[in-house]
Design a protein around this ligand. Structure first.
Ligand SMILES: Cc1ncc(COP(=O)(O)O)c(C=O)c1O
Length: 403
């Protein structure tokens, strides 16, 4: 894996001299993805599955190829993969669907955790607030590590367990395979929010053993506007989709409708065709580098950056101490400084992009980290370098003098 060569694929890295450490928010796009999407607009712009003309045939074929690529990326079948707008929409659709289908009813229990992004918290909190569904929230320790006994107790009478795979705040990795096993022992369905895991590690939904899995293409070098919802085939067939419209039915009468086969049943309306094609290309790009190589490279970079950050006075770092339990998402604060001020200084002094605030995880910040103003968050990807880390550390040392 040659990072210098890889970096040449990313126009933003070529056109600006940004040190981009905001990869948990969104990632940069390589030329290969941009070209594939442009090709759709320039050479075969047409709707899919609707025309019998040549352009529609090409567009349909390319869309289906990309759909299959996405499925293989998660080790799912194409009929188990539904395209949405983002992780947020995938989870909202799932919540609506489980409620519309009568799977979740008043008095039923959902188990979730304190680490959740608002996307995997609010749709379930709404079911509690409006429809009397119980929500049990499991707390990890300060580092974001769970005690599995808590799941063993909570899952006993649960209908659904919905958990984050990698925390977008702490970078902690949740042992989803073990939790699935526990939940399955009590016949609960399991949904995994994979927005922060899919970009950084090999994902195998069958091995994990979950029923549902959500992620966003823009977090793994794909375009914005593409989300993925994986659903086991038998559930996709059984459940009522949240969205109804064109392309999903075999027959409509004045008082009934009949669904077509999977995955079309779950993809109502004209999809983001260029976006799906771009996502397929992003996956090919990642596979060429190798997900294992990406994971190993990022782990080394993360270990190095954390070791150096640990030596900086007045700097607090949150998340797992053991590097094996985390990814390259690193939240931190300087004592007595507002995270927005720190992010502003990193930007102004060295053109370093990080995120500051609550990172759409307010319950986590208020109940676990207990920093009312949130945190600063550096988040790495495979195109980041040791040289960038050096500049980041040097700038933090300068900021430390102000704290
Ligand atoms: C863990 C997690 N879940 C869900 C989301 C929501 O993703 P999106 O904004 O693509 O819907 C994010 C985004 O940061 C995330 O980090």
């Amino acid at each position: 894996m040659d990072v210098k060569v890889i970096r040449k694929d990313f126009p933003v890295l070529k056109n600006t001299n940004v040190i981009y450490f905001d990869n948990a928010a969104t990632t940069l796009t390589p030329n290969q993805v941009i070209f594939a999407m442009n090709e759709y607009y320039e050479k075969y712009r047409a709707n899919i599955h609707r025309g019998i003309h040549k352009l529609s045939e090409i567009a349909s074929k390319k869309y289906e190829e990309a759909h299959n690529e996405i499925a293989r990326f998660l080790n799912a079948k194409s009929e188990e993969i539904f395209i949405t707008k983002n992780t947020t929409e995938s989870i909202n659709q799932l919540a609506f669907s489980l409620y519309f289908s009568g799977y979740l009813k008043k008095g039923d229990k959902i188990v979730t955790t304190l680490l959740e992004h608002h996307s995997n918290f609010l749709p379930w909190l709404r079911l509690k607030k409006l429809y009397g569904i119980e929500l049990e929230i499991i707390r990890p320790n300060e580092e974001g590590i769970f005690n599995l006994d808590d799941f063993e107790k909570a899952c006993k009478d649960a209908k659904l367990v919905t958990i984050i795979h990698v925390s977008n705040v702490l970078g902690s990795i949740t042992p989803v395979e073990k939790i699935c096993k526990i939940a399955k022992g009590y016949n609960a369905l399991v949904h995994i929010d994979g927005a922060q895991s899919t970009p950084h590690m090999e994902i195998d939904v069958k091995k994990i053993g979950c029923d549902f899995f959500s992620c966003s293409a823009h977090k793994f070098c794909g375009p914005t506007g593409i989300g993925i919802l994986y659903m086991k085939k038998e559930l996709g067939e059984k459940l009522e989709p949240a969205l109804l419209g064109g392309g999903i039915i075999t027959k409509v009468t004045l008082d009934d409708y009949f669904f077509t086969k999977l995955p079309d049943k779950w993809e109502a309306g004209t999809p983001n065709i260029a976006g799906v094609i771009g996502t397929g290309e992003a996956i090919k790009y990642l596979k060429k580098i190798g997900m294992k190589n990406i994971e190993n490279y990022e782990r080394k970079l993360t270990k190095n950056i954390i070791e150096k950050m640990n030596d900086i006075p007045n700097l607090e770092i949150y998340g797992p101490k053991n590097i094996e339990n985390r990814t390259g998402v690193i939240p931190f604060n300087f004592k007595n400084m507002h995270p927005h001020d720190v992010a502003g200084l990193l930007n102004n002094l060295s053109n370093i992009a990080v995120r500051s605030g609550h990172h759409c995880a307010m319950p986590l910040h208020t109940n676990l980290i207990k920093r009312a103003n949130g945190t600063c968050r550096a988040s790495l990807y495979f195109y980041n370098t040791e040289e960038e880390v050096e500049i980041f550390i040097k700038t933090l040392k300068e900021i430390s003098k102000l704290s």
